[in-house]
Design a protein around this ligand. Structure first.
Ligand SMILES: Nc1ncnc2c1ncn2[C@@H]1O[C@H](COP(=O)(O)OP(=O)(O)OP(=O)(O)O)[C@@H](O)[C@H]1O
Ligand SMILES: [Mg+2]
Length: 242
């Protein structure tokens, strides 16, 4: 579904070139749950941003359904971000002056009269249906992150990108969020996620480890039953690098 070819990205800093991604080839199929790990500064966020239209790579192609999204302009990029892609970040990025309901619905209001109904339904599914009229500062960190998941899902995205979505949460709340993401994936949602935690990574079905600008490890976890066995497999794969 999502095909990444020879992806390179370097930053220019004080006239010096800093190479971050050094030629990445990767295919992500519908329904996958891909976990990306790597040292701090290895380029995980850069990679996620480059394949999700938030940043522009230096070279390469990112093909979604036979179309190279890197040549998209204006309205095409807007539509891609709005309808094909969903985003969750470490910080929830909710708009403080809007209620939880409005925050969830906002990306759908402009073209769907039923946007609020859809937002309410999602909120119910995510266990925050009773908080619709609260403002972000009136709900907990975990509830805010649930709201940002609902917001990311409002347009039924083909791919959900998540950059350390549990990093600001306490361990129990983080696991609750992971269970939600796992349920979404079980229902067919494609997810590409970055994490620093082995425990969190063992909720994924495939593990990528970014080392020196490429994915040195690219392994399916599906043969390892979720739980202890998958966690030990992740630990084993991560051990030489992190
Ligand atoms: N806009 C920028 N300009 C210059 N250098 C940048 C820019 N953004 C990121 N970098 C550098 O690129 C490298 C990769 O950054 P990136 O944020 O992708 O790492 P990361 O793996 O997500 O790290 P972390 O785990 O800390 O979030 C780092 O060395 C960073 O300093
Ligand atoms: Mg990062």
């Amino acid at each position: 579904m999502l095909e990444i070819k020879e992806l390179k990205k370097s930053y220019q800093l004080n006239k010096q070139k800093l190479p971050v991604l050094e030629g990445i080839d990767l295919t992500i199929q519908k329904g996958e749950f891909v976990m990306i790990m790597g040292e701090s500064g290895s380029g995980k966020s850069t990679f996620l941003n480059c394949i999700s239209s938030l940043d522009q790579p230096t070279e390469g192609q990112v093909i979604l359904h036979d179309q190279n999204i890197l040549v998209f302009k204006g309205k095409e990029i807007e539509n891609l971000r709005l309808k094909s892609y969903g985003f969750i970040f470490q910080d929830n990025h909710l708009i403080p002056s809007l209620t939880i309901l409005e925050n969830i619905a906002i990306a759908r209001l402009q073209y769907d009269k039923q946007a609020y109904e859809k937002a309410k339904k999602l909120a119910d599914q995510l266990g925050i249906g009773h908080l619709m009229n609260n403002y972000p500062h009136q709900v907990s960190g975990g509830e805010k992150q649930r709201a940002s998941i609902a917001r990311a899902l409002i347009n039924d995205p083909e791919v959900l990108f998540a950059d350390e979505p549990t990093a600001s949460l306490n361990p129990n709340t983080a696991l609750e969020i992971m269970r939600i993401l796992q349920e979404l994936n079980d229902a067919g949602q494609t997810i590409v996620m970055v994490t620093h935690s082995k425990r969190i990574a063992s909720y994924g079905k495939r593990l990528l480890i970014l080392v020196n600008g490429t994915f040195t490890v690219n392994e399916s976890l599906e043969n390892y039953p979720a739980g202890k066995e998958r966690y030990s497999r992740v630990s084993q794969l991560v051990e030489p690098y992190l």
